[in-house]
Write a protein that binds this ligand. Sequence first.
Ligand SMILES: CC(C)(COP(=O)(O)OP(=O)(O)OC[C@H]1O[C@@H](n2cnc3c(N)ncnc32)[C@H](O)[C@@H]1OP(=O)(O)O)[C@@H](O)C(=O)NCCC(=O)NCCS
Length: 143
Amino acid sequence: MALMQIEHGSVEYQQMVKLRDEVLRKPLGLHFTDDQLAAEATDILIGAFDDGRILGCCILTPLDKDTVKLRQMAVNNRQQQKGIGYSIMQFAENLARDKGYRKVTMSARDTAIGFYQKMGYKVVGEPFIEVTIPHHSMEKLIR
Ligand SMILES: CC(C)(COP(=O)(O)OP(=O)(O)OC[C@H]1O[C@@H](n2cnc3c(N)ncnc32)[C@H](O)[C@@H]1OP(=O)(O)O)[C@@H](O)C(=O)NCCC(=O)NCCS
């Protein structure tokens, strides 16, 4: 498996959007808008690939000089529970650290909180609804 940064608009980016649509949006009856995707041009885009096929992905959106927001964490439905998500998180945190960030925050789906807790993330604040489902904010200091 190869973990890499993806260029916005590339063939790899198209694969990433398709995967995110399948795993994160279609099950909720939602779709990405052109504006949402265009706004990702300034994000740090990350993908895990095997033989040119995307297995999983995530996005880091810089919020300020110290903090990135982890978004769009998704692993192919048929490849989950094999350690791919863990590897993507490790890669993303290392990349964020290399770029000088100190903190990762996120809006975590309640169904994924246990996954992020295993990576050392802590729940902060009150529950809220996003993309129609329950979420909590989570965060971790990475240096
Ligand atoms: C959540 C998700 C990214 C995890 O990726 P994954 O590749 O399946 O996870 P891994 O196999 O790397 O799991 C690492 C550890 O977390 C655990 N884990 C994985 N998903 C979990 C979950 N939803 N809840 C609790 N623990 C979870 C695994 O059992 C494993 O534990 P172990 O180290 O004790 O064996 C993936 O299942 C996914 O894409 N789910 C659907 C989309 C989603 O919910 N994304 C997150 C949006 S906030």
